[in-house]
Ligand binder design. Structure first.
Ligand code: SAM
Length: 287
C-alpha cells in the first residue's frame, strides 16, 4: 500500500504530528520551477493537490474552504463588481466567485501556470469551467508585484495562497496588504488564507499585526476543512470600517435569497457566526 505523509512545514514537523493519505494512484508529479506539485488519488478524499508536500486542496472537502473564502466578503459587501484573486490556481475560489451574476470581472493572479494547467486537466471539478468564463482574466505573475504595480481597482481581494513559505511569503507582509488596500475601492474587503491557529499560532499573530497596521477593521473568521489538519482554519478579514462585517443576519439572508444560490458549507447563519472566535484564538490576537 502506498502512502502520502504530509510534510507539515517547520513549525509543525517539530510537533511530531502529520496526516497520512492512502494513495491509490499518483496522477501527476512535477517540479514546476516554483514548487514540487503532486496530484494523487485517494479512497476517501478523491484527488488531492499538494505543493511542496503540503496539502492544498482535495476534491472531497474543498467546498468548506472555497465557499467561505468567496461568499463571506461578496455577500457582506453586497455590490461586488470586480474581484481579484491572488493565488488560487486550482480554480476553486474562482468558480465560487463567478457563481454571482453581479460579478463583472474576476482577475486571477497565479505565479505558477503549471498549477492552473495541471488542475484544469486532472482536477477539472475544482474550476468547473470558470477559467473559460468571459468575465475571467488570468495573469501569471507574482501577486505581490501585481498589486504593487496595477492601476486596476477592485471591490474584493481574495488571497488564496499557501502558508507563508516559498513564493507565498510575499503575500503575508504589511507592504503587500498596503498595496492591496490601495487597490480596493471604497468599502472594499480583503480576505486571506491565514492558517490553522491551533498548530500555527505564530502565523495568525503575524497576519493580525500586519493587517491591523494597514486596515482599521482587521479580524478573522472561521471555517473547518477536514484536510487542513488542526481544527479551525482562520481566514483574515480586512476593511476600512466595520459595517460590512456587522451586516444584520436578516439583510444577509435577503441578499443570499435574492441570488437563488445554494451551498454545501456557507449559509447566512454560518457567515455571521464564523466571526465568533473562541478564546484560545481571540487570545492569540490580543497577545
Ligand atoms: N487553499 C490552499 C491553502 O489554503 O493553502 C491554497 C491553494 S492555491 C493552489 C495556492 C496557490 O498560490 C498556488 O497555486 C501557488 O502557486 C500560488 N502562489 C504562491 N505564491 C504566490 C504569489 N506570490 N503570487 C501568486 N500566486 C502565488
Amino acid at each position: 500500500m502506498n502512502w502520502f505523509d504530509e510534510a507539515l512545514h517547520d513549525e509543525w514537523s517539530g510537533q511530531g504530528y502529520t496526516q497520512r493519505f492512502e494513495v491509490t494512484r499518483t496522477i501527476c508529479e512535477v517540479s514546476t520551477g516554483h514548487q514540487k506539485l503532486v496530484i494523487f488519488e485517494t479512497p476517501r478524499f478523491g484527488r488531492v493537490l499538494a505543493l511542496d508536500g503540503v496539502i492544498q486542496t482535495t476534491e472531497a472537502d474543498e467546498f468548506c474552504y472555497h465557499e467561505m473564502l468567496a461568499h463571506v466578503p461578496i455577500f457582506a459587501h453586497g455590490k461586488v463588481r470586480d474581484a481579484l484573486i491572488v493565488g488560487g490556481g486550482d480554480g476553486g475560489v474562482l468558480r465560487e466567485v463567478l457563481r454571482h451574476d453581479g460579478i463583472g470581472s474576476a482577475t486571477l493572479v497565479e505565479i505558477d501556470d503549471t498549477v492552473i494547467n495541471v488542475c484544469r486537466e486532472h482536477m477539472p471539478g475544482l474550476s468547473d469551467g470558470a477559467f473559460d468564463d468571459p468575465r475571467c482574466t488570468t495573469r501569471i505573475a507574482d501577486g505581490a508585484a501585481f498589486v504593487r504595480d496595477t492601476d486596476r481597482r477592485f471591490d474584493v481581494i481574495i488571497v488564496d495562497s499557501p502558508d507563508p513559505i516559498g513564493p507565498a511569503e510575499a503575500l503575508f507582509t504589511p507592504e503587500f496588504y498596503a498595496d492591496c488596500r490601495r487597490c480596493l475601492r471604497e468599502n472594499g474587503i480583503l480576505v486571506t488564507q491565514s492558517g490553522v491557529p491551533f498548530l500555527q499560532p505564530e502565523e495568525l499573530g503575524s497576519v493580525h499585526r500586519s493587517l491591523g497596521s494597514v486596515f482599521s477593521d482587521a479580524t478573522f473568521y472561521l471555517t473547518v476543512v477536514p484536510t487542513y489538519v488542526g481544527g479551525y482554519m482562520t481566514l483574515g478579514w480586512a476593511s476600512d470600517g466595520s459595517e460590512p462585517r456587522e451586516i444584520e443576519l436578516e439583510e444577509l439572508a435577503e441578499r443570499v435569497g435574492r441570488t437563488g444560490l445554494s451551498f454545501k458549507y456557507y449559509s447566512p447563519s454560518i457567515h455571521r457566526s464564523a466571526f465568533a472566535l473562541p478564546p484560545f484564538i481571540a487570545g492569540i490576537l490580543e497577545a
